[in-house]
Design a protein around this ligand. Structure first.
Ligand SMILES: [Zn+2]
Length: 225
């Protein structure tokens, strides 16, 4: 009997498939309004520092669901890592992901406020950036050259390398005045304004209100299940 249970534990079964399905369903309604993958990452907290604060990434598995949604993990790689997170204690990986997000948010937040002082976490960002770029290679694609991060699925948090790299490119190579905080007082989302006149003020064309409704629906749905 014991042996049979062991065998069952090794094969991701129904529980695993449900987890994959629920994770995909959850992130199918996550809006990609940041115009940059690093901003979409920090936007996984909504209504930051308000009583309505909503955390999208509550586990390592959630982070993988998000990564698949934004296209930095293929469905196959996401499933492979979800299986790993499902079978093992992934709390350390989760903490690391949330730490990375905090670092990125603080640097962006300082940039958006046009603070002149060096952000306290810039050294931390440089450490994770160096680790990411050590593995990066340049490859040719249809529109020119791009960074590629090989074997992101080998390392449990390696899928964040393109996110860290995008953050660096945004800070160094883009028009920093286009990095903006949504004008809705509580929203807290950051976005890169690609409008012709640099006139965009809101995170979403539809307005944040619509997203708030979707989240409420999702939360009610979670409570019922
Ligand atoms: Zn907004």
């Amino acid at each position: 009997m014991e042996k049979e249970m062991d065998k069952e534990a090794q094969i991701p079964g129904r529980g695993f498939n449900d987890l994959v399905r629920q994770t995909r369903e959850k992130f199918s309604v996550f809006d990609l309004d940041g115009n940059n993958v690093a901003l979409d990452f920090v936007n996984t907290v909504e209504y930051r520092d308000t009583p309505k604060a909503f955390e999208w990434i509550t586990s390592y598995i959630d982070a993988l669901g998000w990564a698949e949604r934004v296209g930095i993990l293929s469905p196959e790689a996401a499933e492979q890592l979800i299986a790993r997170g499902y079978e093992r204690d992934s709390s350390d990986w989760y903490r690391q992901i949330i730490d990375y997000r905090k670092i990125l948010y603080q640097v962006f937040s300082s940039a958006v406020k046009q603070e002149k002082d060096k952000p306290a976490v810039l050294d931390d960002l440089n450490v994770i950036l160096q680790a990411a770029r050590m593995r990066a290679v340049i490859e040719v694609n249809k529109s020119g050259f791009s960074w590629r991060f090989p074997d992101v699925e080998e390392d449990p948090t390696g899928f964040l390398q393109p996110v860290v790299n995008s953050a660096a490119n945004l800070l160094v190579d883009s028009d920093i005045l286009r990095l903006k905080l949504c004008s809705s007082p509580e929203c807290g989302w950051l976005f890169y304004d690609t409008s012709k006149n640099r006139s965009r003020r809101w995170c979403s064309m539809k307005g944040c209100g619509n997203r708030a409704k979707v989240n409420q629906f999702y939360r009610n749905h979670l409570m019922k299940n």
